[in-house]
Design a protein around this ligand. Structure first.
Ligand SMILES: Cc1cc2nc3c(=O)[nH]c(=O)nc-3n(C[C@H](O)[C@H](O)[C@H](O)COP(=O)(O)OP(=O)(O)OC[C@H]3O[C@@H](n4cnc5c(N)ncnc54)[C@H](O)[C@@H]3O)c2cc1C
Length: 470
């Protein structure tokens, strides 16, 4: 198989093909991927984490989405927060422009009285009491790198891209990845976890996928359209601005950019800089049609127009553009069909009415489809809801899990549960399951749920402010 793989990957004799064997191989080092890697390594497994960017954190670092919206996220999330706080790299924020008197944008700036605990609820909390956490992107990379390093069990491979996977029946045998320096790796593992956001591993393996809105006939969701058009959540290119005494004025692009909306979500970083999220600056479908590089180019033009417009407001008059995020902010692409698909029914039922035996994560964000038909969707949720472990098991597979925004959710459910702290929780569960599977020489898909839930709650209790601060 190795020779065949070498041929497929066009490995030349000068390019070494390195074989690695590990307990758990995680592809993608965003929120879900780092959650999975930390949990698996802390659970005693040997881990290889493959990430194509030069930093960990994914969308939270490389797309400048360094903002944890209000919502559940104790355990690992709390530990990450504490470590960021020790570096003065995180602050609790609230919207200082709720009535929009300063302009048509949210302005989430530090609230010195705000606490992490206040940031943990949304559905049951009145809007004025919502709090979020904003952190320095580079510090998140450093914190999670430290956490992984402390385990002594995780090999992090940055600038390395997953390319191909090999399977026998319901078992993944190996994946291959290529480093930016041309090195090629064939990685064998007991469990593989797809945390690539775009479900690259699952798609390469031919797993069943969902893309775009599901018609009502599929899950009978109250807000699903009868005959949906192919619309995906809009994408964003976030940018960073900094205060200057004599700030450079932004010129609009030539030719003028069309098709962006005059609104923004602005977050204050601990050092006083701000991150501007121009919300849906390009339609999600345009990304599919144009391809990534063209979409990035067009987004940069639109962002120039956006900043030219926003800089005209007094709140930004003494700021200038610092940088564009290196990566596009992609809210939605392919989703895997798992052993269970989370739907709007779960969101509306809430935790008190869900009867799943395998809930492993909590979420409570509103259904928010960013330009993909939001008029159909009912407003905020009334209570948190749970996500079953089966959403992390691609249908029919034994040693393959999927965690992150590409897990098994309907489009409507994904519009609520894709928040970063939820993704960390999903990664945590996938990593813990993979560690148990490695320990017991079992399959991750059939791991003992009692043991899994016990290990998640034990981890949460260990890292919870209520126990760690006593
Ligand atoms: C513009 C925008 C604004 C948002 N606002 C908020 C917000 O305010 N608060 C909030 O909580 N959530 C927000 N979200 C949602 C949240 O940020 C994402 O859903 C979440 O970060 C996704 O995490 P993930 O781990 O699934 O994917 P990602 O963080 O995208 O991680 C995927 C990782 O896989 C890597 N990868 C991809 N392909 C390969 C490959 N072939 N080989 C190796 N590695 C690969 C990528 O480089 C990346 O690091 C927002 C999202 C967007 C796009």
């Amino acid at each position: 198989m190795t020779t065949l793989l070498a041929l497929l990957l066009q490995v030349t004799p000068s390019m070494a093909l390195t074989e690695l064997t590990t307990d758990v191989c995680i592809l993608g080092g965003g929120s879900a991927g780092v959650g999975a890697a930390i949990a698996a390594a802390r659970g005693g497994a040997e881990v290889v984490l493959v990430e194509k960017q030069d930093r960990l954190g994914g969308t939270s670092t490389q797309a400048y989405v360094c903002n944890w919206e209000p919502g559940p996220g104790d355990g690992l999330c709390r530990e990450i927060y504490d470590r960021l706080q020790a570096r003065n790299a995180v602050c609790v924020v609230k919207d200082h422009n709720r009535a929009r008197q300063q302009g048509p944008f949210g302005l989430w700036l530090p609230d010195p009285e705000g606490t992490y605990e206040q940031s943990l609820t949304r559905a049951s909390t009145p809007h004025p009491n919502w709090r979020a956490c904003v952190f320095e992107p580079a510090a998140l990379h450093q914190v999670v790198t430290d956490m992984l390093g402390e385990t002594g069990k995780c090999r992090v491979m940055l600038r390395t891209t997953f390319i191909e996977a090999a399977a026998q029946g319901p078992l993944v045998v190996s994946v291959s990845a290529r480093g930016d320096d041309g090195s090629v790796y064939e990685i064998h593992a007991k469990t593989f976890i797809d945390c690539t956001g775009g479900a690259h591993v699952c798609r390469a393996l031919g797993c069943e996928m969902m893309l775009g809105p599901e018609p009502k006939s599929r899950f009978n969701e109250p807000s699903a359209p009868e005959e949906p058009e192919m619309v995906l959540n809009g994408i964003s290119l976030c940018y960073r601005i900094r205060r200057r005494e004599d700030p450079a004025r932004q010129a609009p692009p030539e030719p003028p950019a069309q098709g962006w909306v005059k609104t923004a979500h602005v977050s204050g970083l601990p050092n006083g800089d701000r991150i501007v999220n121009p919300l849906a600056i390009l339609s999600g479908k345009a990304l599919l049609d144009m391809g990534y590089d063209k979409a990035l180019e067009e987004c940069r033009r639109r962002v120039q127009a956006h900043w030219h417009w926003l800089q005209g407001y007094e709140a930004f008059a003494d700021f200038e553009l610092d940088s564009f995020a290196p990566m596009l902010g992609i809210r939605e692409s392919y989703r895997v069909v798992g052993e269970y698909v989370l739907t709007q029914h779960d969101l509306l039922a809430g935790l008190a009415n869900q009867t799943h035996p395998d809930l492993i994560a909590l979420a409570d964000h509103s259904m928010d489809v960013h330009g993909s038909g939001s008029k159909h969707i009912a407003g905020d949720l009334k209570a948190p809801y749970g996500i079953p472990f089966r959403c992390l098991i691609p249908k029919g597979w034994q040693n393959l899990l999927v965690a992150g925004r590409c897990a098994s959710f309907s489009q409507i459910a994904a519009s609520s549960c894709r928040l970063s702290r939820t993704m960390i929780q999903l990664g945590h569960a996938a990593g813990a399951a993979a560690a148990l599977a490695a320990r017991d020489d079992a399959s991750a898909a059939t791991v003992d749920l009692g043991l899994l839930r016990h290990s998640l709650f034990a981890d949460s209790a260990r890292n919870s402010p209520h126990t760690s601060r006593q």
